[in-house]
Design a protein around this ligand. Structure first.
Ligand code: MG
Length: 314
């Protein structure tokens, strides 16, 4: 189940076998772990539903159905669910009262294609990719022509809500993740089979963008970092682990094509993996990177919490 390609992988892998938690999906994607609820939520895109696994009981039940052909999910700084929807061709936030707020559905007046994956930076900005998979056919959304005419990466400003195009030279942008210090962002291009690494400017613009890693089996999809900056990426034969220098140091092999992953569990040492029909988990000897908002809080960015005034929306 583990394939070690470099000695540096030895301290990551442990010896525990992956467990299958659920196997009734058509194309599982977008896993997100809720520490407060001790549950995992993910998308089953062709079945137009979201599912939830309860860590305490091991049971799986629908979370939202229909769900708007959701894909990638994450949590924002207030623990709210942020979701990419193919059906509505938008990024939304599920508020604490259960209502849904549209974060982005257009750029310069034209509808997005089908947002795929999303991350939130500690400054509250929301970054997402917009490939065409959800409008290419009726299988994962609704077939349609692209209004934008390209597949780009966008940033939503935390103050104005403006949607800015930050990278326009991708074929099919997909998974994305910030470096631990947020000075870099990793973005997968599934069509080109690689992950690029960009420098993030103070104003949210991107520069550089060199290839960080090339996929050795299939294409890259979702990506997440561990607490030491390694990049764990979904690929055809499993999860590929890259050292921060880009070297592929090892893999966790799965019997189905992997789409995405997230670190969870109370200690963030349990890797949850969505893979075609199934969701798996495996306990590792490394921990997932702390959420960016936790780091922002540690740096005093959200001082309203320090003063006990409750969170503020920025
Ligand atoms: Mg994806």
């Amino acid at each position: 189940m583990f394939e070690t390609l470099d000695d540096r992988f030895a301290k990551c892998r442990g010896d525990r076998r992956p467990e299958r938690l659920f196997d009734g999906c058509r194309w599982a994607e977008g896993p997100v772990y809720f520490p407060a609820h001790r549950s995992l939520v993910w998308s089953d895109i062709p079945n137009d539903r979201m599912l939830r696994w309860d860590e305490e009981t091991g049971t799986v039940a629908p979370f939202r159905r229909p769900a708007g052909y959701t894909n990638g999910n994450t949590l924002d700084g207030q623990g709210r669910l942020v979701t990419c929807e193919h059906g509505g061709r938008r990024v939304t936030r599920t508020e604490h009262d259960g209502s849904i707020t549209v974060i982005a559905d257009r750029h310069q007046g034209r509808r997005l294609n089908s947002p795929n994956d999303v991350v939130v930076r500690s400054d509250g900005s929301i970054w997402f990719t917009d490939p065409s998979y959800g409008i290419d056919s009726d299988y994962e959304g609704h077939r349609a022509e692209s209004e934008i005419g390209g597949c780009h990466v966008y940033r939503v400003d935390p103050v104005s809500g403006r949607v800015d195009l930050v990278a326009g030279d991708f074929e099919q942008p997909n998974g994305l993740a910030f470096s631990l210090d947020e000075r870099f962002i990793y973005i997968a291009d599934s069509e080109r089979g690689h992950i690029r690494r960009f420098r993030v400017g103070d104003d949210g613009t991107l520069s550089a963008g060199d290839v960080f890693a090339r996929c050795t089996k299939g294409v890259f999809d979702g990506i997440r970092l561990d607490a030491e900056g390694r990049v764990w990426a979904a690929a055809e034969d499993g999860v590929h682990c890259h050292d921060p220098d880009g070297t592929l140091i090892g893999k966790i092999l799965f019997p189905e094509t992997v789409s995405n992953l997230v670190f969870g569990g109370p200690k963030r040492n349990r890797l949850f993996v969505t893979a075609t029909t199934s969701v798996y988990s495996v306990l590792l000897t490394v921990n997932g990177a702390p959420p960016h908002f936790d780091r922002g809080f540690a740096h005093g960015l959200d001082r309203s919490l320090d003063r006990g005034q409750g969170p503020t929306t920025t």
